[in-house]
Structure formats: structure tokens, C-alpha cells
Design a protein around this ligand. Structure first.
Ligand SMILES: [Zn+2]
Length: 395
């Protein structure tokens, strides 16, 4: 038993307890009790006095790529799987150390993160809880080869059905599909749909049949609408929208936007070490992304939180970059962004029965910070302690 005494709680991120200070009791992998501060006397237990530090549910990263680290992708493509798996573990741990106790990987080469997730689950290695899609299913498209074996190309409803079943067979948690061109693929046009609606429908049907949710890479307006019509759970990036997209988001209780603002802002801020085609496309996208964020806020649309970590050097565990953009450029309050990265993400990723808030009975995935990140987002840089499944993370 572990007792975390005198914790400062954020009421919006806590369930079943309304005070702002508490003693939090952890037993095994779960939160066993939340009591008024100073009321738990547990001599047999390990007791840690937090002295008013902020205790939050562990952060949930909604979209990253452990198998990308911002290097020249042609170099990455020829590194052996065995080497890249070790690096994936290291990058997963970089995320965990910063308080990200759950991460969702939406695209690797050769499905290597499926095995990593299994090894973490079994306790063989230390890492955050990992949900993963393995490889990305994509229509044959300009620039797919840029990422080596990251894409499984499918060009008919039957091929999508087969590929979904294959990912299910391998143990994927999600199905990731390319709906529009990618910013990072040379020749790819971010706004243009590349998938036929009947292909996406077939993929969603096959995924639903085996109980897997679908995430679609989707920058453009028409493809966003197609995703919502087909029952896609998370619309990744969801960049270029019109009023009808916003209206469709307000009406559905199934599909949610998973914006990632970091890459485009980073490509513009540090253009010197990026391929030219990244920077060209980013110029067109940043304004659009910020406009989209303001529409979500104005229309009270529940959105996820994600960074697309992997696309630039040093992005793993650098979630503060995304938080800063959302607070300083997109107009969200620090508390709104914390909600996006915990409670919202847990609901959107359908893991809110286990994580996402501090609640008795939930998994003890916790992050503790010096200072008050709900008032000053910079406090997220001051990580005091991370607890994953009831264990204090020591890395
Ligand atoms: Zn991505």
C-alpha cells in the first residue's frame, strides 16, 4: 500500500471527491481511497508527503509514432527492426518520465510496437500503457515509400477488409487509415481525399466486426465528412474544415477530432533542419489549424489532445510544446488543455473506465507536479513523480 499524503487535486480531473486536498491511497495497481488530507494513518504503508504538490491523472498522448524520431526517414527505413524496437522503448520511456502514462501509437514499420505494447503489458519492460495500430493502411499514394514499410497499401473494399483482419490477427488495438494526403510525404496533397468512401466503409465495417476502433489521418474537408459518415472514431489532425464539418461534429456522439498542432508550428519555427516540402505545406496549414481550434472552442466540441511526436527531433516527451501552442496561440485555458489530455482523451479512446481521472477503483496512473499546471501550464515541466499502475516510475 502506498499513501500519497497532502496532495493538491484538481476538482475537474477528480471524480467522487470534491475537496482540493487529499490523502490518496494506492493499493496494488489501483486507487483504493481518496480521503481528506491528514486523515489517513497508515503505519504499515509506504507514505509519501506531497506537501501540496498537484496530483493529476497521468497524461494521455492521443497520437504519436514511437518508430519515428525526426531523423532522415531514409536512414530510419534501413535500420533493422531489432534496433528500432529498442529505440521505441526508449522513446516510450521518455514520454512516461514526463507524466504520459498512456500513449496511442498510430503508425510504425512492420508492426514492431504491437510486440512492445505486449512486453510492457506483461511487465517485462517499463513503459507507459501503449495502444497501437501497428502499420498504417493506405490507398496507393504519392510518397508512401518515403516511410519504408510503414504503409500497407490497399486499393479496394476487399483489400481494406483483408488488411483490417490482418491487423486484428496481429494484436493491434486500433486501425489506422490514411484518408487524405500527408504533409510529410513528398507529393502528397494534405487536403485531398485519397480513399473512396466505399473503401473506408468496408474498413470501418470490418473493424467494427472485430471490436476495433478506427483512426483516420485526415486533413481535408470532404474526407472529414466522409469519416464522420462512416463511423470513424478519431479524425486525426482534422485540419481544413468548413461550417458543415463543425455542424457534423456537434451532432455526432461517436466521432471526435484529434488535432495535432505541434508539427506544423515546429516546421515553421525551425525550418533549417526540415525537408523543404514539410515547410512549404506547413506555411499553408498553421492559420487553418488555429482557426479550427477556435471553432472547436466556440462550439463546445469535445476534442482530443495529441502531439504527433516522432515527426521532429526531440518531440517524444516534449508535450509541453503542444500545451503551449494550445494555451498561447489557440486560446484554450490551461485547465481546458489538461482536460483534453486526460478525461477527454480517455473517453475518446474508450479507456475512461480505467484511466483519465483520479477516482477510486481506477488504475493508479498518476502524475505529480510542483506548482499548479491548471493555472500555469509551465508547471508541467516540473515533474515531481510519475506513478504507473501503482508503481513509482524509476527510470
Ligand atoms: Zn501521425
Amino acid at each position: 500500500m502506498l499513501v500519497l499524503k497532502n496532495a493538491r487535486l484538481i476538482p475537474e480531473l477528480t471524480e467522487g471527491y470534491t475537496e482540493t486536498t487529499a490523502d490518496v491511497v494506492v493499493e496494488g495497481s489501483q486507487i483504493a481511497d481518496i480521503r481528506p488530507a491528514g486523515s489517513v494513518s497508515a503505519e504499515a504503508a509506504e507514505v509519501i508527503d506531497l506537501n501540496g504538490k498537484t496530483l493529476m491523472p497521468g497524461l494521455i498522448e492521443g497520437h504519436l509514432h514511437l518508430d519515428l524520431c525526426g531523423k532522415n526517414t531514409f536512414e530510419e527505413n534501413v535500420e533493422p527492426d531489432s534496433y528500432r524496437i529498442m529505440r521505441c522503448l526508449k522513446l516510450a520511456q521518455d514520454n512516461l518520465k514526463k507524466g504520459y502514462t498512456t500513449i496511442r501509437d498510430v503508425g510504425d514499420r512492420n508492426n514492431i510496437t504491437i510486440g512492445l505494447a505486449k512486453a510492457v503489458n506483461e511487465g517485462m519492460v517499463t513503459g507507459p500503457d501503449i495502444l497501437t495500430s501497428g502499420v498504417i493502411l493506405s490507398p496507393t499514394e504519392m510518397g508512401n515509400d518515403f516511410f519504408g514499410t510503414m504503409y500497407a497499401e490497399c486499393d479496394s473494399p476487399a483489400e481494406f477488409t483483408k488488411a483490417v483482419r490482418r491487423q486484428y490477427q496481429l494484436g493491434a488495438d486500433w486501425i489506422k487509415i490514411m484518408g487524405t494526403g500527408a504533409v510529410m510525404n513528398p507529393g502528397g496533397e494534405p487536403g485531398m481525399p485519397i480513399i473512396y468512401e466505399e473503401e473506408l466503409q468496408a474498413a470501418c465495417r470490418a473493424a467494427d466486426y472485430v471490436g476495433l476502433p478506427v483512426a483516420v489521418h485526415c486533413h481535408g474537408t470532404e474526407a472529414i465528412k466522409m469519416c464522420i459518415r462512416c463511423g470513424v472514431r478519431t479524425v486525426e489532425h482534422s485540419s481544413i474544415m468548413d461550417e458543415e464539418c463543425i455542424e457534423m461534429y456537434t451532432k455526432t456522439d461517436w466521432s471526435f477530432p484529434m488535432p495535432t498542432l505541434s508539427p506544423m508550428v515546429n516546421f515553421l519555427e525551425f525550418p533549417e533542419d526540415k525537408p523543404k516540402h514539410y515547410v512549404e505545406k506547413a506555411k499553408r496549414m498553421v492559420e487553418t489549424l488555429l482557426q479550427g481550434a477556435s471553432w472547436y472552442k466556440k462550439n463546445h466540441i469535445k476534442i482530443g489532445w495529441a502531439t504527433d511526436a516522432g515527426v521532429y527531433t526531440g518531440s517524444h516527451g516534449n508535450g509541453i510544446y503542444e500545451f503551449r501552442i494550445r494555451v498561447n496561440m489557440a486560446g484554450f485555458t490551461p485547465l481546458e488543455t489538461l482536460l483534453q489530455a486526460t478525461k477527454n482523451n480517455a473517453e475518446i479512446l474508450m479507456i475512461d473506465d480505467k484511466v483519465g481521472t483520479v477516482k477510486v477503483g481506477k488504475r493508479a496512473n498518476l502524475a505529480i507536479f510542483d506548482g499548479n499546471p491548471d493555472e500555469d501550464i509551465e508547471a508541467l515541466e516540473k515533474v515531481h513523480m510519475v506513478i504507473k499502475a501503482g508503481e513509482i516510475v524509476k527510470l
